[in-house]
Design a protein around this ligand. Sequence first.
Ligand SMILES: C[S@@+](CC[C@H](N)C(=O)[O-])C[C@H]1O[C@@H](n2cnc3c(N)ncnc32)[C@H](O)[C@@H]1O
Length: 245
Amino acid sequence: MSNTFSNKFVADEKSFALLQDTMWGPNGIRQAEELASHFTITKDMKILDLGCGMGLSSLYLVQAYDADVFATDLFADPTENYERFRSLGVADKIVPMILDATQPLPFAKHYFDVIFSVGAYNMFGDNEEMLPKLISYVKKGGYIAVAFPGLKYEFGDNVPSEMQPFWEAPDVARCVRGIEWWKNLFSKAEGIEIITIGEMACHDIAWEEYLASIDPSGEGKWDLDMMAAEDGKYFNTIQLIAKVI
Ligand SMILES: C[S@@+](CC[C@H](N)C(=O)[O-])C[C@H]1O[C@@H](n2cnc3c(N)ncnc32)[C@H](O)[C@@H]1O
């Protein structure tokens, strides 16, 4: 597992405080580092970061590779992200934007070297249209790299009893699917060579670091309760890395 950057980041007092304030799910820096370790990113690349939340994965792509990043999200405030990127000295490398991944993207086709996404793809990519659409925005020889929460096996109608209260929440049954289900969906897309589809090694530590940052009296309690009920039995983090051919 590739974790040198993440370990240093977590060990640094200021970066750790930033993480505590901005994690919107399992540690996005760790997921980004592992995802990026499967292919080569260089300084001259243009990267679309889809569903960037408060920008941790975008920050990683700039700090680790000095790449040019479009930090896009449907709900995160781009002005707040811009202020954060400015305070971190990376604003000249990142364009913060509102963007709905389910809509036609406001970019030229074949524009990006990489489309990158951490912790968000399962919310909008659970259909046969999304991957082919994203492929059309990437240059030949470029990459699509996405990491997102999934299941070790597909529940179907047999949701384990301890998970049923969580599966009643809107969109959970639609968005949280088994690894075989995702492999089957991804294998239908044309125009890519799949480099890896599999479980991520950083799953446990990324969740541990996120859960430790949650205030149990706030909104994150749902995640604390869900992960306590799950107890390491069902969840994984799934990654797809594909080269556009
Ligand atoms: C669990 S958060 C992860 C955020 C961030 N990547 C991280 O790891 O901290 C999921 C993100 O997906 C974004 N999102 C959900 N649906 C989206 C869509 N249709 N287009 C773009 N972003 C979307 C949400 O706004 C949210 O920021």
